[in-house]
Design a binder for this molecule. Structure first.
Ligand code: 5RP
Length: 236
């Protein structure tokens, strides 16, 4: 039997069902503005971070400057007339806002889908609060479905790949891609990341690894998640 809904209720249901991933990203970008204090803020990389930069432009008078986690982010910030400064000039910041490829309820993340993981981790380390902005597709129980990015010094590529195979992964060189730091990325498939802190530590210790895209030792403090029902806030 067909359920009976009022027209308004049915319209609302339809609108929710049609909410796109980009609309959810836009909604969290807007919500993240509430977490932006006056002063200097750290800004991440990727499509969700891009929506955030566009929102930040509306309140640019409130902030003094931004620290960018990639060349692409720096360019977008500058296009909006937002001053970009070097991290060494900025010192400790109140907030870093960035997206993620996967996040758990414990606020551990996989990042680096856009290849900016090293600078993202550095800028995040200098912020008191990490605000992660995602659409609901990024929330997972166990990370590893998204291939884990590892930034590697080019000459160590094969050595690092062999070590990752010993750990049970299937590393694939990201084709035609060089990071802002002049390195390559191995995307590691098939990892079931049950202990993200231990795995982050282990991979970081492989000689030739610059950064692993696991952000577990320093995870997010707040996660704003876009859903068809609105933005949900998750905390540790
Ligand atoms: C870039 C990143 C991004 O935060 C991550 O890939 C998510 O990107 P998007 O917001 O486009 O889904 O880590 O290195």
């Amino acid at each position: 039997m067909k359920p009976r809904y009022s027209r308004a209720f049915a319209k609302n249901l339809k609108e929710k069902a049609m909410m796109t991933q980009d609309e959810m990203k836009q909604a969290v970008a807007r919500a993240a503005i509430e977490h932006v204090p006056a002063g200097i803020i750290g800004v991440g990389t990727g499509s969700t971070a891009n929506f955030f930069i566009d929102e930040l432009a509306r309140i640019k008078g409130k902030i003094d400057a931004a620290v960018a986690s990639s060349v692409a982010t720096a360019e977008r910030l500058k296009k909006h007339g937002i001053q970009v400064i070097d991290l060494n000039e900025a010192g400790e910041m109140e907030v870093y806002v960035d997206g993620a490829d996967e996040i758990t309820r414990h606020m551990a993340m996989i990042k680096g889908g856009g290849g900016a993981l090293t600078r993202e981790k550095i800028v995040a380390a200098c912020a008191k609060k990490f605000v992660c902005i995602i659409d609901q597709s990024k929330l997972v129980d166990v990370m590893g479905t998204f291939p884990l990015p590892v930034e590697v010094i080019p000459m160590a590529r094969s050595y690092v790949a062999r070590q990752l195979v010993k750990m049970g992964g299937n590393p694939v060189l990201r084709s035609g891609f060089t990071t802002d730091n002049g390195n390559v990325i191995l995307d590691v498939h098939g990892m079931s990341i049950l202990d993200p802190v231990a795995m982050e530590t282990e991979i970081n210790q492989i000689v030739g690894v610059v950064t692993v895209g696991l952000f577990a030792r320093r995870g997010a403090d707040v996660c704003l998640m876009g859903t068809p029902e609105g933005v949900k806030t998750l905390t540790r």
